[in-house]
Design a protein around this ligand. Structure first.
Ligand code: FAD
Length: 466
């Protein structure tokens, strides 16, 4: 029987990063993955294909709506959806093959099949052809990720009532796409298909989109998305979907209980993801999940079973690829006897639309609720020279710092390239920086990052340009 120091179950960003770090630290490592391609949800049907389509569709939108401002005349912008999808698929296959190469380079043994516990240190791998083998491992890291949530009253049909996986590969542009849920995935997919010509209606139970974001930022974000043609039905709940001759009648209910119907040809249900432990045989080792189906761990990623660890979407915390990666590195270091650590106060959260929304730390509402006295600095992209050159002047940076110490507690951006700009806020928070530290840091001119410095100056009401 093959024997390892560490076996990782699941080769998503949490699992494959953990495996590489274990191997780097001299541990004999195996990884088990049930899908034929490594990289998990993120690479196969999540972060990467969605960003590829966002990029392509944004080019279409720019060509149709903004090239003229630059004096570039284009007529009849045609989209060959199959080429666009092919580009996306190639990016996915390049990256998933890259993970395979990384496994080889780091001498990590890859087992293709479904992993399930026989005992705490013994795992069975069942290949697609039904054949099985068992491996023994001193430590096991569960990194089995998550799966889409299916609403019981609206089951997916894989064609017109779909999850994000199918919405990444529609064979043609929907006429009317209804998106249920205004979180990151719903908004990103809604923007992709809207830019490609679909009418898009987003239905959201809460009174605002991206409910995790700072309220002022999410309200500004909503206004800009509306101006691009997306429609929103906030405080509405989807109650049923009827399908007839390929057409959908979606019934929604407003907060007063009034029912409305929407006719559409596709509905994307993006109401979140659930921890995935199906077929893992947790009962064989006496491990139970919590009421949300997640695996409970302590600060060292240890489950209640000695030698069994868990990381990523399958445990508590934001369901994000970089959070899973951070945990993957930390758990490997802990298993190797080093002090692995994740700072959960400094994990960024991003929506990759245009403008993008990016945040790290606490919102104004959270600070108020916690009774923490704070200062706030805001600055808009409008006056920034680089934003003007880009033709992307919508949005703002908002920095929240502790009133008594000026330590940054929250960093919020809605605007161009927010996904890249947020790195400054994350680093600042990781180093316990104050808004004054940002003010004293030279920011190149002309760059979008100058908006961050102005927002930091605005914390003490001394923004130079406004
Ligand atoms: P996963 O990536 O889900 O990987 C788990 C792996 O385990 C899978 O490959 C699965 O096949 C395998 N597995 C499960 N059970 C077994 C078993 N018993 N035996 C063997 N293998 C098993 N996050 C971001 O940070 N940024 C984004 O831009 C972003 N965009 C997203 C867009 C979409 C459309 C979606 C759906 C998600 C997006 N996410 C994004 C979320 C991100 O994909 C997840 O947070 C991330 O993949 C979690 O990593 P993980 O390693 O915990 O799990």
């Amino acid at each position: 029987m093959a024997q390892f120091d560490v076996t990782v179950i699941g080769a998503g960003p949490g699992g494959y990063v953990a495996a590489i770090r274990c191997a780097q630290l001299g541990l004999k490592t195996a990884i088990i993955e049930k899908e034929s391609r490594l990289g998990g949800t993120c690479l196969r049907v999540g972060c990467i294909p969605s960003k590829a389509l966002l990029e392509s569709s944004e080019r279409v939108y720019q060509a149709k709506h903004h090239f003229q401002e630059h004096g570039i005349a284009v007529s009849g912008v045609d989209v060959d959806l199959s080429v666009m999808m092919g580009r996306k698929d190639k990016i996915v296959s390049d990256l998933t093959s890259g993970v395979k190469l990384l496994m080889q380079k780091n001498k990590i043994q890859v087992f293709e099949g479904m992993g399930s516990f026989v005992g705490p240190q013994k795992i069975q791998v069942q290949a697609a052809d039904g054949s099985t083998q068992e491996i023994e491992s001193k430590s096991v890291i569960i990194a089995t990720g998550s799966a889409v949530i299916e609403l019981p009253h609206v089951p997916f049909d894989g064609e017109s009532i779909v999850s994000s996986t199918e919405a990444l590969a529609f064979p043609e542009v929907p006429k009317h796409l209804v998106v249920i849920g205004a979180g990151a995935v719903g908004l990103e997919m809604g923007c992709v298909w809207s830019r490609l010509g679909a009418k898009v209606t987003v239905v959201e139970l809460f009174d605002r989109i991206t409910p995790f974001a700072d309220k002022q930022i999410s309200e500004l974000f909503l206004r800009t998305l509306k101006s691009q043609g997306l429609s929103f039905m906030l405080e509405h709940k989807m109650t049923s979907v009827q399908k007839k001759d390929g057409q959908l009648t979606i019934e929604v209910e407003d907060k007063a209980g009034q029912k409305h119907t929407i006719e559409a040809d596709r509905v994307l249900v993006s109401v979140g993801r659930r921890a995935y432990t199906d077929g893992l045989g947790l009962d064989k080792i006496g491990l139970q999940t919590d009421k949300r189906g997640k695996i409970s761990i302590n600060k060292h990623f240890q489950t209640s079973v000695a030698g069994v660890y868990a990381i990523g979407d399958v445990v508590d915390g934001p369901m994000l690829a970089h959070k899973a990666e951070d945990e993957g590195m930390a758990v490997a270091e802990i298993i190797a006897g080093l002090p692995g650590h994740v700072n959960y106060d400094a994990i960024p959260n991003i929506v990759y639309t245009d403008p993008e929304l990016a945040m790290v730390g606490q919102t104004e509402e959270q600070l108020k609720e916690a009774g923490i006295a704070y200062k706030v600095g805001r600055y808009k992209f409008g006056p920034n020279g680089r934003a003007k050159a880009l033709g992307q002047t919508e949005g703002m940076v908002k920095i929240l710092s502790e009133a008594s110490t000026d330590r940054i507690l929250g960093f919020h951006i809605v605007g161009p390239r927010a996904s890249e700009l947020i790195a400054e806020g994350v680093l600042a928070m990781e180093f316990g920086a104050s808004s004054e530290d940002i003010v004293r840091t030279s920011h190149a001119h002309p760059t979008l990052s100058e908006v961050i410095r102005e927002a930091a100056m605005a914390v003490d009401k001394r923004a130079i340009h406004g």
